[in-house]
Design a protein around this ligand. Structure first.
Ligand SMILES: [Fe+2]
Length: 159
């Protein structure tokens, strides 16, 4: 049996948008994993506020990746959120494996939020050419990530 969801978008547009969404999907899965890794391994002064803020990044990314994957299905493409696919295609730099100080955590997470925001903006540009509904969903996703980027940058900034 095959499943072919119908959608008003022309097939070529749906394919282009789905490819862009697949890139956002692996980015958000990886961001959710990075933020959990950071949440567990951060230590030092202001530990608690950073530890808690990182879980907001996890929850936001998890909410967003589900929207993205389900939009792909609506456009007729099976989302690929498998670990091997994420590892091979995520644009985010690998996260350190050890305990990290608050300051290095803030820097490392900021860098990856910036990479994620850039990846989503690239997908917004593709969606904008073909599909305002997906474009709107991606814009909504990008906003809290850029807000979190600002907050991590502000927490990391030297006085
Ligand atoms: Fe926790």
């Amino acid at each position: 049996m095959t499943f072919t969801p119908r959608n008003p978008l022309p097939a070529s547009a749906a394919e282009a948008v789905s490819q862009a969404l697949q890139g956002v999907l692996v980015t958000l899965i990886d961001l959710s994993l990075v933020a959990k890794q950071a949440h567990w391994n951060v230590f030092g002064p202001q530990f608690l506020s950073v530890h808690e803020k990182l879980d907001e990044v996890v929850l936001n990314a998890r909410d967003g990746l589900d929207v993205v994957a389900e939009r792909m299905v609506q456009l007729g493409s099976p989302p690929d959120g498998r670990a091997a696919t994420v590892a091979a295609t995520s644009p985010l730099k690998a996260y350190p494996e050890r305990f990290e100080s608050v300051s290095s955590t803030l820097g490392a997470v900021s860098e990856r939020l910036l990479q994620a925001a850039g990846a989503i903006r690239a997908a917004i540009a593709v969606a904008g050419e073909h599909d305002p509904l997906t474009e709107d969903q991606l814009i909504a996703l990008a906003q809290p990530i850029e807000e979190q980027l600002w907050m991590f940058e502000a927490m990391a900034a030297a006085e």
